[in-house]
Design a protein around this ligand. Structure first.
Ligand SMILES: [Zn+2]
Length: 108
């Protein structure tokens, strides 16, 4: 048999935990939306720059695709996280296991 009065601190702790979790989820959801907006903006800038380069330098989409494939092959080997030593896909600039920044290159 439970004494509801003695359970009150436990219930309040659970309520506080739930409120913190909800607040954190809301904050992270906002952050994801901001990142999505930044990604869309970066994609539009990227496409615009490609269209300018294509026109000014007389390039084609095939040239871009060939170069993308070369870069993709060059970057296709996994990297080891220097902090936790998990293997990370090369396109991840941050270790998905521990958050360690893997590569500060401007292209990643
Ligand atoms: Zn790591």
């Amino acid at each position: 048999m439970y004494n509801l009065f003695s359970m009150r601190p436990v219930i309040e702790t659970f309520a506080d935990d739930a409120a913190r979790a909800e607040s954190k989820a809301t904050s992270l959801e906002l952050r994801v939306r901001m990142l999505e907006a930044h990604l869309i903006k970066a994609m539009i800038i990227n496409e615009t720059l490609w269209e300018i380069m294509k026109e000014k330098l007389n390039l084609t989409d095939n040239i871009l695709e060939d170069q993308l494939n070369k870069v993709d092959l060059r970057e296709s080997t996994s990297k080891e996280c220097p902090k936790c030593h998990h293997m990370i896909a090369p396109h991840h600039p941050i270790c998905i296991y521990c958050g360690q920044v893997i590569d500060n290159s401007i292209f990643t």
